[in-house]
Write a protein of this length. Structure first.
Length: 105
């Protein structure tokens, strides 16, 4: 079971890495970032197929989307100087709370 969650975390990492590369592709005109983005997304989906075979898809998707949104928001703040209001920060932590509750129960 731990291996399944580790696989899910790696899949989320790959999806987040691919998403973070979107601006670097410059509308898919830059070859290296575009190839890297494609590899990250393909790896994420490939790994996700193993996870959904062992965990309910509702739990997988809640974790995938929730942790993905949280990570992208934080990394967007760090790397792209995007602003986060206090309400957005509260919402992000509520997402983490929700993902934790979904996985716990």
């Amino acid at each position: 079971m731990i291996k399944t969650y580790i696989t899910l975390i790696v899949a989320i990492f790959c999806e987040v890495a691919g998403t973070m590369l979107i601006p670097a592709t410059q509308n898919f005109t830059k070859l290296i970032p575009t190839v890297a983005l494609s590899v990250f997304y393909l790896c994420a989906i490939y790994l996700l197929t193993f996870v959904v075979a062992k965990l309910p898809i509702a739990i997988v998707y809640a974790s995938w989307s929730g942790l993905g949104v949280f990570s992208i928001a934080i990394l967007g703040y760090i790397f792209f100087n995007q602003s986060l209001s206090y309400f957005a920060i509260i919402g992000l932590f509520l997402i983490i709370l929700g993902v934790t509750l979904v996985n716990a129960f």
